[in-house]
Design a binder for this molecule. Structure first.
Ligand SMILES: *Cc1c(COP(=O)(O)O)cnc(C)c1O
Length: 442
């Protein structure tokens, strides 16, 4: 598969295709665009037919293979999938909805799927290189933990995570700065935006580029995006299989829709990939908090990115989603509007949903998942009827945001992954907002 930049489209198509390895290891295209595959692969008909009988790993291999096939041998891909996806993604019924729990990985958020696969891909693609790879990543919380965990102990790769000092939770800090080894944590005396600016400046620094091979690991990376299509395909197959059982509450053989709590829209874009490849999915709900740039675009066709506003679902506080260019490079407004319904929720909606869902069903929602659930509740009845069965993506474990969820519910049982992180001592180096200080620390 060849990859192109979303910005180097010409009238007759694209130019300057690159390999998966280049797209993954470069992250962002030199012209500032995002890498996209030149064509969307499709599952073979026989594969789609046997989806309901296939395992998670089988579907993962069928999903990722066409994107990497000339570059990663199938036996290597099998090993990568086996060692990256070591935890389940169960589809559970909660009231009249399904919840796709994506929080059973080591950092208790869905980003583990992408980060763990990406780490293994990087390690393979750089085999035989003697210059170590340095990954620089800025985080507002969740990304840093998932990337640190994904790359921890991976040979030939060093990771530096920049986070805003005092502005991530104590658990997130332990996930980022508690590992040590090949993971370096820098607590920046500034905001998340300052961290991002510093990373950008470091990437532009010629001296640094000469000294070391640099790469990013944020959600625009194709190596993180593609593995996320896997759980959509697996869950759609699972829903189809269950629709043929007697205790199914929805129409037989009805296709599932997914409600996706969104920020930078990497997760939703991965769902669109799974759908385009032929996975049995009906529609998507793009659920945001009050940072509702994309729901407004879907309603009005006007895209107006803006500064983000702070909410309870911090990982969704994005006013200019980075994957928007990718969505619109692949699909026209008309296509997107038919496939995706926009929804959004306020912090009050989110809080009320956490309380109500716990009271009614004894089920804990984290603030991101709750924003998605609340967004779904605000949709028109007419839309809702066409969306069942609907699976809401649970993007993080509620215990990760206990300080918000517990006052609205009761103490949450803490999963082992979080217990392990809590026991670690964070070791971060504090730096001012200065490129010189960053270069010194790397
Ligand atoms: C990152 C994140 C999101 C947003 O995902 P995008 O791919 O950026 O849309 C939602 N919920 C949680 C818990 C996250 O960590």
């Amino acid at each position: 598969m060849k990859y192109y930049s979303t910005r180097s489209k010409t009238a007759g198509g694209f130019k300057d295709g690159v390999s998966f390895a280049t797209a993954a290891l470069t992250g962002l295209a030199p012209d500032g665009g995002l890498f996209i595959p030149v064509e969307m692969p499709r599952y073979a008909e026989a594969v789609i037919t046997s989806f309901p009988q296939m395992t998670f790993h089988d579907i993962a291999i069928e999903t990722i293979k066409p994107f990497v096939k000339e570059e990663i041998p199938i036996s290597t891909l099998e090993d990568m999938v086996q060692s990256a996806f070591t935890f389940p993604a169960p589809l559970v019924a909660v009231g009249d909805r399904l919840v796709l729990e994506l929080f059973h990985g080591p950092t208790a958020a869905f980003k583990d799927f992408g980060a763990r696969f990406m780490a293994r891909a990087f390690s393979f693609l750089r085999r035989g290189e003697d210059k170590p790879l340095h990954i620089l990543v800025a985080t507002s919380g969740d990304t840093g933990g998932a990337v640190a965990e994904g790359f921890f102990g991976v040979e030939g790769v060093f990771v530096t995570v920049l986070y805003p000092k005092g502005r991530v939770s104590s658990l997130q800090e332990r996930q980022i700065a508690g590992l040590g080894g090949n993971i370096k944590a820098l607590a920046v005396e500034g905001s998340f935006d300052d961290c991002q600016r510093l990373v950008k400046a470091a990437f532009a620094d010629e001296g640094l580029k000469e000294r070391m091979a640099l790469s990013s690991a944020n959600s625009i990376n194709v190596a993180r995006l593609i593995p996320q299509a896997v759980y959509y395909a697996v869950a759609s197959a699972e829903a189809l299989r269950r629709s043929r059982e007697v205790d199914w509450n929805w129409p037989r053989n009805a296709l599932v829709s997914f409600c996706v709590p969104s920020g930078n829209f990497g997760n939703l874009t991965a769902g669109l990939y799974a759908h385009a490849m032929g996975a049995p999915i009906k529609r998507f709900i793009a659920a945001t908090n009050i940072n509702k740039t994309v729901p407004e675009y879907l309603e009005t066709s006007v895209y107006s990115p803006r500064e983000s506003r702070k909410t309870l679902s911090t990982a969704m506080d994005v006013g200019a989603p980075s994957n928007f260019d990718r969505m619109t490079a692949h699909w026209s407004f008309e296509v997107l509007r038919k496939l995706i319904i926009g929804a959004w929720a306020s912090d009050d909606d989110t809080r009320k949903t956490i309380t109500d869902v716990h009271k009614k069903y004894g089920y804990f929602l984290d603030p991101h998942t709750a924003a998605g659930w609340a967004g779904f509740d605000r949709l028109d009845v007419q839309d809702v009827m066409t969306l069942y069965p609907c699976a809401i993506l649970a993007t993080a474990h509620p215990a990760k945001f206990a300080e918000i969820v517990e006052p609205l519910t009761c103490p949450i049982p803490v999963p082992p992954a979080i217990q392990n992180a809590v026991r670690r001592e964070p070791h971060a180096i504090t730096i001012p907002v200065s490129l010189a200080a960053l270069l010194e620390a790397i």
